[in-house]
Structures are given as structure tokens and as C-alpha cells.
Ligand binder design. Structure first.
Ligand SMILES: [Zn+2]
Length: 225
């Protein structure tokens, strides 16, 4: 009786494992290899990888080759900008190369996507420094793992008119990184600012959380018409 219950329990565990991990017999080792590769992408589990692999199988070979060629060209042709670590097909990115950009105004961002978001607004005329991460001891990311040393070197070559804007996430990791950077940059006697944090545009006051409301009150500005 106990044995029967145990077998039933193990069977249910195995079915659960198949559901969770998508451990399933595939009809071809080539499909298996493709699924293995697709499943290495962030946010893609084996079930989604299988769906994508089957979708690629339904395409004609030329379209699959075009996709494959585009990925290889991107991998071989795109690299970080030597100055700011934005992505570029050349040694220095188009933002760093633009003469009208203010090189003494440097916006520090965690990720390329943050740079793109600020660029899409279309009002910022300074340059950037992409850290490619934030300090996160929980994830084993320390100051040496992100582009902090390059930023310090860059600032050391500029004069005191320089302003560095911290545009980092409003999280413990973002705040830790801002604090660490500030300690590194304070010796250069430059202006260090951070993005304002407060009530979002269009957000009702009563729906804001306490931390946001408190920060908005602390960071209040002169009312101007
Ligand atoms: Zn650049």
C-alpha cells in the first residue's frame, strides 16, 4: 500500500517536472540542438524555445538564413563605444562624435536601453556613460564588474565645469551605485546631480506610495509660470 502511494507520488512529481522544465522527447536531435540554443536566451524557457524552433521550421530556408545572417552580422559588427560604452559599429559612437554635444555634461545610465529612452525624449544635449550594470552584492556584481573605472578616468581628464548626472534606477542597487560613484567623483570637485524623483506625470497624489510622496515633498521646486 505504502509502495503504491510512493509510486503515485513519484509519477506526479515526474509529470510536474515535465510541466515545469519542458523535459520532453523531441523527434530530432537537430531540433533538440536548436531548442537548447534558443533556451539560453534570457526569459526563454524550453517550451517557448520549442515553439520558436517549430515556427522557424515552418519558414522557408532563405528567411531562416536571413535571420541567422542578421544575428551573426550584429554579433561581429557591434561593440561598445571606446568613450561611453554605448553600442556602435565604429570605434566611437555617433553621440560622442556629434560636435554640438556638451562633453562636460555626462549622464550615467545603467543600460543602453536607458540611453535610448533619454535620447527618445530629444531634449538632452550632453553625452553619456553606460555602466552596463549596477553594483549588486546579492548577484555577485561589484564595482570592478561594471564601467566605473572608465568613468573615473574620463572625469579625471575634464575640468571643473563638468557635471555628472546620475540617471540610475530608484532601487537599493541603483542607490548603492550612486553612493559609490559619488565617493569616487567627489575628489574632482565637479558638479554631481541626480534625476529628480517624485510624482509621475499624470499620477493622482492619493495613488503615490509614501516614499515617492516624501521624496516629492523634499524635492519640491519653485512654482514658475
Ligand atoms: Zn560614445
Amino acid at each position: 500500500m505504502v509502495c503504491k502511494i510512493l509510486v503515485g507520488f513519484l509519477f506526479r512529481c515526474a509529470r510536474y517536472a515535465v510541466y515545469i522544465y519542458g523535459v520532453q522527447q523531441l523527434p530530432s536531435r537537430l531540433i533538440e540542438a536548436a531548442v537548447d540554443q534558443i533556451a539560453t536566451l534570457p526569459g526563454i524557457g524550453r517550451r517557448t524555445a520549442l515553439r520558436l524552433a517549430l515556427s522557424l521550421l515552418r519558414r522557408d530556408t532563405e528567411r531562416v538564413r536571413a535571420l541567422s545572417d542578421a544575428l551573426i552580422s550584429m554579433s561581429e559588427g557591434v561593440s561598445p563605444c571606446r568613450v561611453c560604452h554605448n553600442l556602435t559599429e565604429q570605434d566611437v559612437c555617433s553621440i560622442c562624435k556629434t560636435p554640438e554635444r556638451n562633453r562636460k555634461l555626462i549622464c550615467v545610465v545603467e543600460d543602453i536601453r536607458d540611453l535610448i529612452a533619454i535620447e527618445n525624449v530629444g531634449t538632452y544635449r550632453g553625452v553619456y556613460h553606460v555602466l552596463a550594470g549596477v553594483i549588486s552584492p546579492m548577484d555577485g556584481v561589484g564595482p570592478a564588474d561594471i564601467n566605473i573605472a572608465a568613468l573615473v578616468l574620463r572625469i579625471s581628464e575634464l575640468d571643473q565645469d563638468t557635471e555628472v548626472i546620475f540617471a540610475l534606477p530608484s532601487t537599493m542597487e541603483g542607490d548603492t551605485t550612486s553612493f559609490y560613484l559619488y565617493k569616487k567623483l567627489v575628489e574632482f570637485d565637479i558638479k554631481v546631480t541626480t534625476l529628480a524623483r517624485g510624482i509621475a506625470v499624470g499620477e493622482a497624489l492619493q495613488h503615490a506610495d509614501e516614499a515617492t510622496l516624501a521624496r516629492s515633498m523634499d524635492n519640491r521646486t519653485l512654482y514658475e509660470i
